[in-house]
Design a protein around this ligand. Structure first.
Ligand SMILES: [Fe+2]
Length: 214
C-alpha cells in the first residue's frame, strides 16, 4: 500500500506542474470573488491521526475508502489575482454513503471506517493545492430537503484570517437546485462553487478544479 501511495504522489507531482501553468495562464478578470458559505455543524471534533491530503487511505490500514476516488485541485488567489502561498487548506466531507465521522451526525447511513473524512495541506508558491478524496454522498436534513454531495473548505491565511465555503458538483444539478445553503448564493455566482468532474486518463480518475479568489 505504501508503494501505491508513493507512486500516486509522484504522478500527482508531475501532473500538477503542468496544471499550474495552465491554471495561472487561464486566470483573467472574468473570475469573481468566491462566495463564502457557512461552516456547518460537522467540522471534526477530533482530527484523524492521519492528517495529509489523501483522504482515501488512513495510515497503514489495508482497505482503501469506499466510493469513487476523485482529485480536487486549484489555486488560491487574492482579489488582485496573485497566488497565495503557504495558506492552510482544510477539507472535510461525508463518506461515499453520506455520513460524517462526527458524533452529532444524525444520518444512519453506514460510516466508512477507512475514509479519513478530513485533510489538509499548505498551498505552494503558486497558491496551488490538491486533494485525493472520494465523491461524497448526499444526506437528508429534513423530510423535504436533501443536501447535495459537497465538500467543505476552510482556508487559513498567515494572519489567521479564515475563508470558509462549500464545493458542489455540476452533475448533481437536481439536488443543487433545491439546496437551501447553495441557493443563498445569487444564481449568477453559483457556478463559482460548482465543479465539473472530468476524467483524466493519466490519473485514471475524475478531476475537479476549484480556484478560490478570496
Ligand atoms: Fe456538509
Amino acid at each position: 500500500m505504501k508503494v501505491t501511495r508513493r507512486i500516486f504522489l509522484k504522478q500527482i507531482q508531475a501532473f500538477s506542474v503542468g496544471y499550474i501553468t495552465l491554471t495561472l495562464a487561464q486566470i483573467n478578470k472574468k473570475y469573481n470573488v468566491t462566495p463564502q458559505q457557512i461552516e456547518g455543524p460537522f467540522y471534526p471534533v477530533k482530527l484523524p491521526l492521519d492528517d495529509d491530503n489523501d483522504l482515501t487511505w488512513i495510515n497503514d490500514q489495508k482497505q482503501q475508502a469506499l466510493g469513487e476516488k476523485i482529485i480536487i485541485l486549484g489555486n488560491i488567489l487574492t482579489q488582485e489575482y496573485q497566488p497565495i502561498p503557504a495558506a492552510k487548506v482544510e477539507i472535510w466531507q461525508a463518506c461515499s454513503s453520506g455520513r460524517y465521522n462526527h458524533p452529532y451526525d444524525p444520518n444512519n447511513a453506514p460510516i466508512d471506517p477507512n475514509f479519513q473524512g478530513w485533510g489538509w495541506m499548505n498551498t505552494n508558491e503558486d497558491g496551488f493545492y490538491l486533494f485525493k478524496t472520494v465523491k461524497p454522498g448526499g444526506y437528508p436534513v429534513t423530510n423535504d430537503w436533501r443536501r447535495p454531495p459537497h465538500i467543505h473548505f476552510k482556508v487559513t491565511l498567515s494572519n489567521q484570517e479564515e475563508f470558509i465555503t462549500q464545493l458542489y458538483f455540476s452533475e448533481e444539478a437536481k439536488l443543487n437546485e433545491t439546496d437551501k445553503i447553495l441557493q443563498r448564493i445569487p444564481k449568477n455566482q453559483q457556478s463559482l462553487v460548482i465543479t465539473q468532474l472530468i476524467k483524466n486518463e493519466r490519473l485514471k480518475m475524475r478531476v475537479g478544479k476549484f480556484n478560490m479568489i478570496i
